[in-house]
Design a protein around this ligand. Structure first.
Ligand code: ADP
Ligand code: MG
Length: 691
């Protein structure tokens, strides 16, 4: 429950004027389902437009407002494919095109009747030998001339939304902003010259205002720091199980290799934590292929030796099944009972697993988040291992912790190497073990950058590879060409690529992506993992953890569209066996300077920690932390530059607040609670109530 004063901000956006059910989908796509989201959907930039009399008065690339009279509508030959164009004339007879893609063309038909003058605002650019305005920002019957010179926000959109809609959404949300008590330390406000929270919000929607932006970013960093400290404080208060393993089960393992130094060290750090009564909160950070699984298994066996159960939580169904297979095989000589439970296990099979967890006959369970639903009870859960923890909210982690009277130990594992300067932000309050040494005998992956135009050669190479009996991945940036995504028409979509490769390779190729029926996806994955199918076309669903050692070729199409960290993860799918592996990074024709540097870095090194550091440097201060659409970024508002400048201060401030008022009951503590709600760190507040 949120404090009443905040409730209006969490109302659904469809309670606003002009927002009907039709807009809900496009709004959802942008993550704008509540007023709070609209407030924090900040403009990407601002434009200032000039009113011009005729097209002669402006050049390409200029933002203008001009009166134009439509003369002709040109629908695409192939509806839904090409753009819809309206030719229009200025006051002295120059013609330009107004161009619409996707669904936007329906509106254009109505808004631009032939022969009627309209005020058009937008950016002039060239289309062949004609000027054009693509998706005008405004089409008005009258009055638009008064908007000239005004500074106007430009928001990120999704298909079906207009700038005007978002502007209206933001301004209605701003009208409902309540007066909240200040949570930022007064000296900090004064030192930086920051406005109050509500002023900062209206300022950032109206124009470039560095102080207001910084303040909102600081808010977010403070909320995050505070929430992490609340978790840690709660963790210290909790009682866990002091688990002493006698080594009996671990001694029965018949591993085909000795542990690396880093693995052995990590196991002993974990074992040390587990012998303590306060629950472990540890992160195991290790590059792809560093061998985290066996470390996790040892930790789970320690729990079993001490008579407790252990659970391993995987981010996807595919990974859960893979972990299950690996762990079952590795653990076989120990005789412990390993089971799997996912959302897809139903009926009798599910019942029997649930029984086993309750009566303690199952020692280790692997699954997706369904292993922590309310309907699942454990006899005595001693350890939770979370694989790829960045995909899970901390909230879920806590939900786990609160099962049972005593909290289980938590071991989170991630293959995302995080730059040192960001570890604090993401894992601030966890202890960290690093696997900074790869198992011996790994061969370097031969990485090459190949222009997309050489597709025929690439396909021929894949054919040779498959004929020699090996397997290959082929990764595309998306599932299918997005409806109306006119800027991205050249994108390589998995479905189209699959169709093309199918003609060449027939049944030797299959496909997995997030929009496939889960059963089909699994079956396809299984066919590939078993070696029946040789080539797997995929999107980034294979990014995390998939382990098919016989697959030794990775093709990544339009590699420049992926982040460095993602490329690194993807490449890590190969080079897992003893065979030499190759990674081909196909690049599009237009490559930015940064894009070029990134691909060059990939060719140069395989060290994940180095890639992470350089990624940070390449992205520079202005750009945001990763691509936001992936949805697992730590911060929505704060950019890298702001993180660097303000995170240490926010962290210190949060610590001070906790030291003075750990229950958040003072006036400023109350304000800080509001902040936690605003940034959806509700779980932080819940911890205060001991729940
Ligand atoms: P990740 O850290 O990416 O989860 P895995 O646990 O999947 O890595 O291990 C990658 C591969 O390395 C597996 O095939 C595993 O059996 C192997 N492996 C793990 N530890 C060692 C080791 N110490 N020596 C040799 N091979 C190892
Ligand atoms: Mg793994």
């Amino acid at each position: 429950m949120r404090p009443e004063i905040l409730n209006p901000l969490f109302a659904q956006t469809d309670t606003l004027d002009g927002i009907g059910p039709k807009l809900m989908k496009p709004l959802e796509k942008l993550g704008l389902t509540r007023l709070r989201d609209a407030l924090y959907h900040l403009p990407e930039r601002f434009v200032t437009r000039r009113v011009i009399e005729s097209l002669d008065d402006a050049g390409e690339g200029e933002q203008v407002i001009i009166a134009l009279t439509p003369t002709e509508h040109r629908a695409p030959y192939n509806p839904g494919r090409g753009p819809y164009r309206v030719l229009a004339q200025d006051s002295i007879g120059n013609i330009c095109a107004l161009t619409f893609f996707g669904r936007a063309s329906y509106g254009a038909k109505k808004q631009l009747p032939v022969g009627e003058k309209r005020w058009i605002a937008g950016r002039l650019d060239r289309y062949g030998d004609m000027l054009q305005i693509v998706h005008p920002d405004h089409i008005e019957k009258e009055g638009a001339e008064t908007m000239g010179q005004l500074c106007e926000p430009v928001y990120r959109l999704s298909d079906g939304l207009t700038q005007a809609r978002i502007v209206s959404l933001a301004s209605q949300a701003l009208e409902r902003v309540p007066n909240l008590p200040e949570w930022v330390e007064p000296t900090q406000l004064e030192k930086e010259g920051w406005p109050s929270w509500s002023d900062a919000l209206s300022l950032v929607h109206k124009g470039d205002n560095a102080a207001a932006c910084d303040r909102l970013a600081y808010d977010e960093l403070l909320a995050n720091a505070l929430a992490l400290k609340l978790v840690r404080a709660d963790n210290r208060r909790r009682k866990g199980h002091a688990l002493i393993g006698d080594g009996g089960l671990r001694a029965k393992l018949e591993l085909p290799f000795p542990l690396t130094g880093a693995q052995a060290r990590s196991v002993s750090e974990i074992e040390g934590d587990m012998t303590q009564e306060s629950p472990m909160l540890r992160l195991l950070q290790g590059d792809v292929g560093a061998g985290k699984t066996v470390v996790a298994l040892k930790a789970m066996l320690i729990a079993n030796e001490a008579g407790k159960q252990a659970a391993l939580l995987a981010p996807t169904e595919i990974l859960a099944r893979q972990h299950y297979a690996t762990l079952r095989e590795m653990a076989a000589p120990t005789g412990v009972e390993v089971a799997i439970l996912t959302g897809r296990d139903k009926g009798k099979a599910r019942e029997s697993i649930l029984m086993g967890l309750l009566d303690g006959s199952i020692d280790i369970v692997v699954g997706t988040h369904s292993i922590f639903q309310d309907t699942v009870s454990y006899k005595d859960l001693g350890l939770v291992v979370i694989d790829e923890q960045h995909r899970f909210g901390v909230a879920q982690r806590l939900q786990l912790a609160s099962k049972g009277k005593r909290s289980p130990h938590t071991l989170a594992m991630t293959a995302t190497p995080i730059p040192r300067s960001l570890t604090l932000a993401q894992y601030g309050e966890m202890d960290v073990s690093r696997l900074d040494e790869l198992p011996p005998g790994r061969q370097a992956i031969d990485t090459r950058v190949v222009p997309q135009e050489r597709m025929d050669d690439v396909v021929a190479g894949v054919a040779r590879h498959i004929e020699s009996g090996q397997q290959a991945y082929w990764v595309c940036p998306m599932v299918r060409e997005m409806d109306g995504a006119w800027q991205q028409n050249d994108i390589a979509a998995a479905e189209a690529r699959y169709a093309a490769l199918k003609e060449r390779f027939g049944d030797a190729v299959t496909m997995v992506h997030g929009q496939l029926d889960p059963k089909i996806k699994d079956a396809n994955m299984q066919a590939f993992a078993s070696g029946k199918v040789k080539l797997l076309v995929a999107t980034t669903v294979i990014e995390v953890g998939v382990d098919v050692p016989a697959s030794t070729l990775m093709v990544i199409e339009q590699a420049e569209r992926f982040g460095l960290a993602q490329l690194h993860q993807l490449r890590g799918r190969v080079g897992r066996g003893s065979e030499k592996s190759v990674c081909l990074l196909l690049r599009g024709a237009e490559l930015s300077e940064t894009g070029r540097k990134r691909l060059a870095l990939m060719r140069e090194t395989q060290d994940g920690f180095r890639i992470a550091e350089e990624d940070l440097a390449l992205r520079g201060g202005g750009e945001l932390l990763g691509t936001r659409q992936s949805g697992d970024e730590a911060f929505q508002i704060a950019d890298l530059d702001q993180i660097t400048r303000f995170l240490p201060v926010a962290d210190a401030d949060a610590r001070l607040l906790m030291d003075r008022d750990g229950g958040l009951t003072s006036k400023r503590g109350e304000a800080a609670r509001m902040l936690l709600y605003l940034f959806e760190r509700d779980w932080g507040v819940q911890l205060l109530r001991g729940g």
